[in-house]
Design a protein around this ligand. Structure first.
Ligand code: CA
Length: 263
């Protein structure tokens, strides 16, 4: 039986989790899980980089004369490619498309500020979860819309021997980006041409959650930012947890239990 440490929370908690997994299987017409990989988003899941992203976007837009955006908005846009975020704000605030030159200048400035503000702090327990993933014989795959070299190049320092270029989907791979399912479909491919029931996605943002959900993957959202849980639920999260620490506490049981659950 895999009830194990779920009982730290209570039998009711275990029953609730089991029901959530069964609902996923039924909805997607699967008999069971056949877990091979865990797909990890990067910003807000592995790195505590979202405050610096939001601050850099806000300041960049102000410098370019667009003063009506808010910090919270950038948490809602989280996961979009830079050009998509710029295009959306230009259309709303200026009623026109941004030119390729504007997109390039704005994204360069935002990248510069991000490099200045970002602490490179990792999210507590992210490394432990990645190591547990490997120890269970599962493949950790990165699925990010980020093209920030300042973080991508540091991955192997902060999370040694976890990802290789073959197991990373980044801004350099995707054409459309989140919330489209494309990045997570590429993640399944890089995980070894997997079916959606052979993976679980870990996301923190509504658009990333939507992307993984539309790709047909079970999504555990960890709400490490300022948005209400409901936003993640509405985007398609199967489970919403408060932190990666909460995920670490139940991670072994989740991995062991999903294999036993039948539709
Ligand atoms: Ca994220």
């Amino acid at each position: 039986m895999c009830v194990g440490a779920f009982l730290i929370y209570s039998f009711t908690y275990y029953s609730k989790m089991k029901k959530i997994f069964q609902e996923y299987l039924r909805r997607n017409n699967y008999f069971s899980f056949d877990l091979k990989a865990i797909l990890f988003d990067m910003d807000g899941v592995l790195y505590d980089s979202m405050p610096a992203h939001a601050k850099s976007w806000l300041q960049t837009m102000e410098e370019f004369g667009i003063k009506n955006t808010t910090l919270e908005e950038y948490y809602l846009h989280e996961g979009r490619t830079g050009s998509s975020t710029i295009s959306l704000i230009f259309n709303r605030e200026l009623n026109r498309e941004a030119t390729p030159e504007e997109i390039q200048k704005i994204y360069e400035r935002k990248t510069e500020l991000f490099f200045q503000y970002n602490t490179e702090n990792t999210i507590p327990d992210a490394r432990e979860i990645l190591e547990m993933t490997k120890s269970f014989g599962l493949l950790p795959v990165l699925v990010t819309g980020s093209g920030q070299p300042s973080l991508l190049n540091k991955l192997d320092n902060n999370f040694p021997n976890i990802f290789t270029p073959e197991t990373m989907v980044t801004a350099f791979d995707v054409k459309i980006g989140k919330p489209h399912p494309e990045p997570f479909l590429m993640g399944l491919e890089k995980g070894g041409n997997l079916k959606p029931n052979q993976a679980i996605a870990i996301e923190n943002a509504p658009l990333g959650t939507e992307s993984a959900h539309k790709a047909g993957i079970f999504v555990i959202a960890v709400n490490t930012g300022p948005l209400p849980d409901k936003v993640l639920k509405d985007a398609g999260a199967d489970v919403v947890l408060s932190s990666m620490t909460e995920l670490r506490e139940i991670f072994s049981e989740v991995i062991e239990c999903v294999e036993e659950i039948r539709n």
